[in-house]
Design a protein around this ligand. Structure first.
Ligand SMILES: [Zn+2]
Length: 193
């Protein structure tokens, strides 16, 4: 979870659109520019989602855990995962743009930046929380993730059937977790078993 998902989507959409607006009709270099623009935002989201979750767990079930412990746990994983995702995102966007240009399509149709932003915010939240759970498990108990569909994903043929599914079920269907498709706003609910 993060405190303000719609602001995060807006911030990322604006950043990606600004890159599109200044790129011109060539995909060359686009991937790195998208990656550079997205990275600080993805880092903020992943760090926030990981931190909030660990703070929640500390309050819930381990009064012995200290804030310093949480910071140490999280420092290991979250930033590297967000950086890697920013690179993958840039590569994917560049490839899609090259394909659109090669087939004489508009490379930056209305809504493309917004679609990327929605999907990548979901991705960054999930990445932060999954890293937090992995770090937490080293010192404390194992947390189990249940798939929760966003309201508008409940009727989606991919996500709808996953609503409420425990991880041993959804890992077999969508091993990477949310997002399951562009514009997916599903998230994970973490329980003790
Ligand atoms: Zn979904």
């Amino acid at each position: 979870m993060i405190a303000d998902r719609s602001s995060a989507e807006q911030r990322l959409a604006v950043a990606v659109q600004a890159v599109f607006d200044s790129q011109g009709n060539s995909a060359t270099g686009l991937g790195q520019r998208v990656s550079d623009a997205a990275l600080p935002i993805l880092l903020d989201i992943a760090r926030e989602s990981a931190t909030l979750l660990v703070l929640l767990w500390m309050m819930e079930d381990d009064p012995a855990a200290t804030p310093m412990m949480a910071v140490r746990l999280l420092g290991t994983n979250v930033d590297g995962i967000a950086a890697q995702r920013a690179q993958e995102l840039g590569q994917g966007v560049e490839q899609t743009t090259a394909d659109l240009l090669a087939t004489d399509n508009d490379p930056y149709p209305d809504g493309r930046a917004e679609m990327i932003a929605i999907t990548e915010v979901t991705q960054a939240i999930n990445a932060g929380e999954t890293a937090a759970a992995a770090a937490w498990r080293v010192n404390f108990d194992r947390k189990v993730a249940y798939w929760v569909t966003a309201e508008d994903d409940r009727v989606c043929s991919i996500c709808g059937p996953l609503h409420g599914a425990r991880e041993d079920v959804w890992l077999g269907v969508q091993p990477a977790g949310p997002p399951a498709h562009p514009r997916c706003r599903c998230y994970l609910r973490w329980e003790n078993s």
